[in-house]
Design a protein around this ligand. Structure first.
Ligand code: P6P
Length: 339
């Protein structure tokens, strides 16, 4: 197929540009790509098997676990275990760390195997999110503490979105590329190279049902989004899928802002720092956007626990900067270094 570049070809070509590369990160990305194809196949036939419905158990956050969550978790852990290059996996579906090849594995992988799983039974987009760190130098007996690294130390991150088509987006710090799965070939095909998020967008995305729990600054910002003004293309459109990977993917392509704020209901926010906010912040920053927690850059947060939550405001630079103006007016200082 002239002009078609598969994920495998692209990863190998990218690796060949770095003579010193060992190929291990490339192998890890290929393993995730394989797991994504297997998960996509199950997601796309979930309605036809008995895989729908709650499996009955709950994850660490007390959320009911759907059978597809467990399937995705197993497939990703199995894929990462095959290549003997990952020493530890931290998953939303596992309370503790999952130890893999402790002697050889040079990578630590965080993941949300099926993000937005409440959408499964109503056929709305769901996703898988991953974030890759290096095992600290010289550490033999790796522990959970060694995995508590800030997002700026990620060596790779990405997501798979199981929507109208299945797409896989990733970055290794050299820009963002997106691949679309061609089910007839069983291959992810390069569809967007060096993705740049629009500098400004007229879409805001948040759960407005929680308006009464919000901070005054956010209430005023959302009212600003809703106010008509031709020069700034307002009122904005409101879009909210209930799956962070889907809402951030739309924001990456169309521009705008996604917000899951701190509130009286979730004082530390609801979304998870290590396997939702950090990886998606890496993607958005690599595409020229911004991601903050309301006080600082998301990727500069020093994590204290592997499942900790954070508020998140992420998207086009100009949209996040406008929100920061509203925070500052209400006395909430935001320290955001120029990126
Ligand atoms: P709510 C999915 O459970 C998730 O972790 C994110 O993917 C999504 O953005 C958010 O929670 C949805 O939360 O409170 O609107 O259901």
């Amino acid at each position: 197929m002239v002009g078609l570049t598969t994920l495998e070809e692209y990863i190998i070509r990218a690796q060949n540009k770095f003579p010193g590369a060992t190929g291990e990160l490339s192998q890890l990305l290929r393993d995730i790509g394989l797991a994504a194809k297997i998960i996509s196949r199950e997601v796309n036939k979930a309605g036809l098997t008995n895989i729908l419905g709650a499996e009955g158990s709950e994850n660490v956050h007390g959320e009911s676990v759907k059978k597809l969550d467990l399937f995705a978790n197993e497939q990703l852990i199995y894929a990462l275990n095959r290549s003997n290059i990952t020493c530890m996996v931290i998953s939303e579906e596992n309370e503790g760390v999952v130890r893999l090849s402790l002697d050889a594995g040079k990578y630590i992988v965080y993941m949300d195997p099926l993000d937005g799983s409440s959408n499964i039974d109503v056929n709305v987009s769901i996703g898988s999110i991953f974030s890759v760190y290096m095992r600290p130098e010289g550490i033999i007996n790796i522990s959970e503490q060694d995995a508590l690294q800030p997002g700026v130390k990620q060596v790779a991150a990405g997501y798979v979105l199981y929507g109208s088509s299945t797409v896989l987006a990733y970055t290794t710090g050299l820009g963002v590329r997106i691949f679309t799965l061609d089910p007839s070939l069983g291959e992810f095909i390069l569809s967007h190279e060096n993705v740049q998020i629009p500098e400004y967008g007229n879409v805001y995305s948040t759960d407005e049902g929680s308006y009464n729990f919000w901070d005054p600054a956010l209430k005023k910002y959302v009212k600003y989004c809703q106010k008509a003004d031709e020069d700034t293309n307002r009122p904005y459109k409101a879009r909210y899928v209930g799956c962070m990977a889907a809402d951030v993917h739309r924001t990456l392509i169309q521009g705008g802002i996604f917000m899951y704020p701190d509130s009286s209901r979730y004082p530390n926010g609801k979304l998870r720092l290590m396997y939702e906010c950090n990886p998606l912040s890496f993607i958005i920053e690599q595409a020229g956007g911004m991601a903050i927690d309301g006080e600082r850059r998301i990727m500069e947060i020093q994590p204290k626990s592997i499942h900790e939550c954070t508020p998140v405001y992420i998207g086009s630079k100009k949209n996040v900067e406008k929100l920061i103006e509203f925070f500052e007016k209400e006395g909430r200082h935001v320290a955001v270094p120029s990126l």
